[in-house]
Design a protein around this ligand. Structure first.
Ligand code: NAD
Ligand code: TYD
Length: 338
């Protein structure tokens, strides 16, 4: 693999024990066995080394916080490319406890960028932002030029990290590329986000707390398509640019819920209408023409991706049962749904 015209031999992945980061590591490890991968992760409630079981060979792990300049400086030293997935990521948690979002998603990005600035070797910093930076759109699609208008402490902190990354390109000439993916789903997603939460609840015959009238809409991108998008950006992304990664597979939450119940053969009576999320964005939708111009396109259609994902959770009950037995999960349920 090449970045900036030169061969990539070592990638530092921050947040590699989380959902998208671990899928990225698995796929890169398989497709590019010659590349050395360094996973730098704090292991918050969302970090889980079991996501990486079986990954051996040119792979190492350092437990560390992206807010730690010393450790980040040491870890970045040998890297050609840094891909920053590390973040606090759940909107509902950001509503109850925003502090860690500001620290990790803004200050942590600053620490990484400073280390990148001092690194003699690194030639590309891929910052993983989100479609949520644009806020909600009733009709049409956001392009990369659309104004940023975040609604939640999560998305506002992601705007902070996104624009800080851009500022290091503009001010210091750092080779920064920004990815803004849509809602991801797939294997190894922590069971607090809509799809894995509802699948694991339904498997236990527990109620599915649907916010408001279930009419809010999201564009669902399979995690493997996100990974292929990030690989495209490593090879062809232009420094200083942001890129939307949309799937063009928009569904209402109610449609997603019905699809899950039908795949599992569970009754509609499990759906429980609950009070709406505060500041709930109605709809996210991206124009991904800029990514498509680089040759990327999402390949997994939602029906197939959801079927595979539901099957994965059914077959990996041990994986998610361990997580839902932990305090971090139970406290979240209590705070958010009771
Ligand atoms: P996740 O919550 O599953 O994983 C986050 C990982 O980051 C965990 O392994 C955690 O331990 C680690 N982490 C958190 N704080 C850290 C810190 N201070 N230092 C080091 N590591 C830390 O997240 P995800 O769903 O895999 O998302 C990855 C990235 O993609 C995030 O930046 C997120 O904002 C972005 N994103 C996610 C989605 C989605 O639908 N999941 C969509 C668009 C963008
Ligand atoms: P989520 O997976 O938290 O992602 P996002 O970052 O897009 O908010 O939620 C996806 C959608 O599902 C969002 O509109 C909120 C809704 N939702 C529920 O209705 N109930 C729930 O328990 C959760 C977690 C989400």
């Amino acid at each position: 693999m090449k970045a900036g015209g030169r061969d990539v031999s070592r990638i530092m992945v921050t947040g590699g024990a989380g959902f998208i980061g671990s899928n990225f590591i698995r796929i890169v490890h398989e497709r590019f066995p010659e590349i050395e991968l360094l996973n730098y992760d704090k292991l918050t409630y969302a970090g889980n080394l079991e996501n990486l079981e079986g990954v051996r060979g040119r792979y190492s792990f350092v437990q560390g916080d992206i807010q730690d300049p010393q450790l980040v400086g040491e870890a970045i030293a040998g890297a050609d490319v840094v891909v920053n997935f590390a973040a606090e990521t759940h909107v509902d948690r950001s509503i109850h406890d925003p502090g860690d979002f500001i620290l990790t998603d803004v200050y942590g990005v600053f620490v990484l960028l400073e280390a990148m600035k001092r690194s003699a070797r690194a030639r590309l910093f891929v910052h993983v932002s989100t479609d949520e930076v644009y806020g909600s759109i009733a009709r049409g699609f956001f392009s990369e030029e659309s104004p940023l208008n975040p609604s939640s402490p999560y998305s506002a902190s992601k705007v902070g990290g996104d624009r800080l990354a851009f500022s290091y390109f503009k001010t210091y000439g750092l080779p920064v590329v920004i990815a803004r993916p849509a809602n991801n789903y797939g294997p190894y997603q922590y069971p607090e986000k809509l799809i894995p939460f509802f699948v694991t609840r339904a498997l236990q015959d527990q109620p599915l707390p649907l916010y408001g009238d279930g009419g809010n809409r999201r564009d669902w991108l399979h995690v493997e398509d996100t990974v292929s998008g990030i690989l495209t950006l490593i090879e062809k992304g232009e420094p200083g640019q942001a890129y939307n990664l949309g799937a063009g597979q928009e569904r209402s939450n109610l449609e997603v819920t019905h699809a899950i119940l039908s795949l599992l053969g569970k009754p509609e009576s499990l759906v429980q209408r609950v009070v709406d999320r505060k500041g709930h964005d109605f709809r996210y939708a991206l124009d991904s023409a800029k990514m498509r111009a680089l040759g990327w396109e999402p390949r997994i259609d939602f029906a197939t991706g959801l079927r595979r994902t539901v099957a994965w959770y059914r077959e990996h009950e041990d994986w998610w049962r361990k997580l839902i037995a932990k305090k971090a999960y139970m406290n979240h349920l209590q705070k958010n749904y009771e």
